[in-house]
Design a protein around this ligand. Structure first.
Ligand SMILES: O=P(O)(O)OC[C@@H](O)[C@@H](O)c1c[nH]c2ccccc12
Length: 268
């Protein structure tokens, strides 16, 4: 593994240590995946911004945790127009679980991404999902093998990058779905100009998703103008803070709608 661990934030180092020790599934999974590109096309046809809404109970950069039922959260996200969902399965730092993912996927009919720190092939077998995240920086030279291993099982691999170098590695590994993470895993800081500088290098045939730090509808429009086919949004949708008298700040469905409706006339 080529993780350049000396450049990683301590929280991320601890996440990776835990990930390398986590066991995978006993049996190889075989999934019949729901297509992300079809889900994005359906959202576009309907005038919705294609949003992957993320069920993330907590994270190293979040204060507090949300302990609502993940299935109820997922249903609200779909009601708010989310084209797809992302479910954290990392247990130690994000309060996620494979069980949450499985229950959510059974309850909705949109594609579901498994969000975790996969570093070995057997870890792909821990759960069925439509998409799996592979983080270029953490898998290093194993990227092409993991992309292939994921496809062999029926998953659509989403390869996460943060720099142009990682983008080049993702393309060389045959990635067709690429997420540009605006969060730097070294300092854990978010900068939306990351997407703006990396996205122009992505070939048209590749689907590109802007990840992290999208907190307002204006941010969503900014990422779309920079070429995002879809947006991955967690905290701003999960947020129960900022609840106003009408309670809308904590309403996951309304929070989702703010982003899916960011390009429509009646945007609020
Ligand atoms: O909560 P945000 O800033 O909207 O970010 C969502 C998502 O991009 C973020 O959770 C994320 C991006 N890449 C990851 C890798 C692992 C865990 C989490 C992530």
């Amino acid at each position: 593994m080529n993780t350049r661990s000396e450049e990683l934030a301590p929280a991320v180092r601890s996440i990776l240590e835990a990930a390398s020790e986590r066991s995978g599934g006993d049996e190889r999974v075989s999934v019949d995946a729901r297509s992300l590109s079809e889900a994005f096309a359906a959202a576009e046809a309907d005038g919705r911004v294609p949003v992957i809404a993320e069920v993330k109970p907590t994270s190293p950069t979040t204060d507090g945790a949300r302990d609502d039922d993940p299935v109820a959260l997922a249903a609200s996200m779909v009601e708010g127009g989310a084209a797809a969902l992302s479910v954290l399965t990392e247990p130690e730092h994000f309060d996620g679980s494979v069980e949450n993912l499985t229950r959510v996927r059974e309850a909705v009919d949109v594609p579901v991404l498994r969000k975790d720190f996969i570093v070995r092939e057997d870890q792909l077998d821990a759960a069925e999902a439509d998409l799996v995240l592979l983080i270029a920086r953490f898998v290093g030279d194993d990227l092409a093998d993991l992309v292939e291993a994921a496809r062999d099982r029926g998953f659509q691999p989403l390869v996460e990058v943060h720099t142009r170098e990682e983008l080049a590695a993702a393309l060389a590994a045959g990635a067709e779905l690429i997420g540009v993470n605006n969060r730097d895993l070294g300092r854990l800081e978010v900068d939306l100009s990351t997407f703006e500088s990396v996205a122009p290098e992505v070939p048209d045939r590749v689907t590109v998703i802007a990840e992290s730090g999208i907190t307002t509808p204006a941010d969503a429009r900014r990422m779309r103008e920079a070429g995002a086919d879809g947006l991955l949004i967690g905290s701003a949708i999960m947020d129960s803070e900022g609840e106003d008298a009408s309670g809308t700040g904590g309403d996951v469905s309304a929070n989702t709608r703010r982003f899916t409706a960011a390009e429509s006339e009646e945007e609020v």
